[in-house]
Design a protein around this ligand. Sequence first.
Ligand code: FE2
Ligand code: FE2
Length: 296
Amino acid sequence: MTDFLRAYSIQQWLESAPQGYLEDTQYGHAAGEKEPAPLMENDALREQAIRSTVQLVVGERCALAASSGLINSAPDEGSKRFLATQTLDEARHVEVFTQRLVDLGVHRTKLEDVIRLHANPNLVKFAELLLEQVDKKDFIAGVVGQNVILEGMAFHVFEMLHAANKDLNPKFGHTLSGTIADERRHVGFGENRIGSWISQRPERKGDIERMQREMSYYMLATFADAFRDAPDQEEVNRLRSNMRRDAGQENPEWGGVDLAASSPEELEGVLADTVLREFKIRLERIGVEYQTPLRP
Ligand SMILES: [Fe+2]
Ligand SMILES: [Fe+2]
């Protein structure tokens, strides 16, 4: 077995994830961990947590549909088995973030209504673009869209959320850290596997570059909506600062900025710049030329 096949095998997945960092977790966190009381007792904080968790559910549902949909168009057996492990990872992500909505007080019978109400239309558009490639059985475009673009984005969003929440909300922090570990594996597969396929199909580069530019635009528009139009943002920031002060916690940092003291515009900028910088590096590694998207 080559190193590549071993690194992305079901055996390796079992040892590192279910029997490794996910062992003894319940819905991604330790048994008994709860959402913090100050969050549950304040409607602005709880609503904000529900809205942002809905976007995670929407993104993960897209990843579940894409990874499962790509299995039958994968060109080799090793990739099919890897995508089967990824399918289970993504289904788990959908489940843990849906469970968080329930933990935040969304009634199970109202889940679909709440998800529909808050789903960001630009994120929905982003997901549709990716799933179009999967439905066409376009494996190369599907894997670039999923394992480079969608997951490159998700990885940094999760990291930023993790930095902002790990002290304030250890339950959510733990759910995110297991998810980040899974996403690192998915991004690694994309990077290690696609380069050789693209070099054999140089005529596909143009389509893939166009898709990247379009998906990047919708990603930036999603970030713009999330940071610019967030209702009660000042109130939410003030309440989170109070929670931190009461617990004697330092302000969280990520990407070289103080997450608690920066304006929404600064936060949007640092997230967008981090993701686009990484896209550029990853795309170069697989032989695709990065296309600068319009700024929404
Ligand atoms: Fe995921
Ligand atoms: Fe993933």
